[in-house]
Design a protein around this ligand. Sequence first.
Ligand SMILES: Cc1ncc(COP(=O)(O)O)c(C=O)c1O
Length: 447
Amino acid sequence: MQLDARQQKLLKRTFLDYQQTAGFFDNPLVVSKADGLYYWDVDGKRYFDSIGGIFVATLGHKHPRLMEAMQKQMETLSFAPPMHGTSDVTLDFVEKVGSITPGNLNFVKAYSGGSESIESAMKFVRQYFKQTGHPSKYKFVSRYYGYHGATFGAMAASGTGKRKTPFEPHMPGFVKVFPPTYYRDRFATWEECNRFCARMFEDVILMEDPETIAGIIVEPIGNTGGIITPTDEYFQIIREICDKYNVVLIYDEIITGYGRTGNMFAAQTFNVTPDIICGGKGLSSGAIPMGAMIAREEMGDVFFGRVEDDVNFAHGHTYAANPLACAVGIAVIDEITENHWDQNAQVMGDYLATKLEDLKKHGVIREVRGKGLLRGVELCKDPVKQTPFPELGLALKKTALNNGLIMRIDPNWFAVAPALIVNKDQIDEMCELIERSLLDALEIVGV
Ligand SMILES: Cc1ncc(COP(=O)(O)O)c(C=O)c1O
């Protein structure tokens, strides 16, 4: 599509996220409608949404059950500030989330997005240690390439160079290690590399002094960095380290939560339960801004306290636990559990993986990674030398949109995460568009 003069003028008066507006003028996308697995732009062109907006529309866009839940809730109560009290639907949401989480992860607070959930979890952990006799535990260990949100705390936990440097200096108390993909070529096997990288957390904790470390924050599958998918053992080792040094393990499941990896949570997919799960995105399938922090119930108990001690969580957001969002969250969970969409993600995810593997025949793919319906494809100039191929990714950004396909393109890799309700024919349709766009991009870069 092309922008008209008015659109150009108005775009100069606003921002796009993490992308240059001038560059967007050459390859624009202005949408006006979405339904199921498709977007339509303002000119009426249809696009296959292979990424659920941005890992969000897990049940597709405009799911009737979610629209109905929100409409019904709107008729009775659409706002209830958590400063004054709570609402019936908020308590229903707490109960519903507790019914699908692994272990004793029953302490639930709804928020308005992923960054808010992460920010709240980190404040919760710091206060938790102050209230349990470890006031010096305040640091968080996370990973380079990780992304945990745009606010100052979540950004400090993130390891995404270019997204952070304009805002230096960052909050103190954040330490980083590298994810396994960074060292992979130095090890004979992926398993060995994962063991080394998991043990790095212990080395860092010891060097920093365990009595200063409050938490480890990791995305089970890291999006930025190219759908980094560690082994189960990686998480087992990290879990043992956390137990050994009284460190809280936080999973950022803002992308991986609510069915995406073939189970309700990636914690179940990797068989290792953290102390806190932060969610967002798929929890509302995009029907309303939403997130949630879920902690072990015993951690929540520390904040209950005695009336005379006036213990409370010194934190709040006006729109937290919003009744409309809670109603949608409940409907999302019911829809996934009743129709086993997480299992569909497993089956369709395996099918998708084989189709993406097949693209290796074009000689420009190093690796296909991921679990369930979260898959990443790393591009390379040639599969033997494995040199990165960002020019191809940049060309793919153009050709995908031309062909009516929306993907997440880095440019060293691309990711797809279609709605959990996707069927085989739709995966075929999506993969045909991917292949066509890849071939067109190869033509542009002259391969
Ligand atoms: C893994 C991860 N964590 C946190 C966030 C921040 O969530 P939000 O943009 O809803 O604040 C994102 C958003 O892309 C994310 O992908």
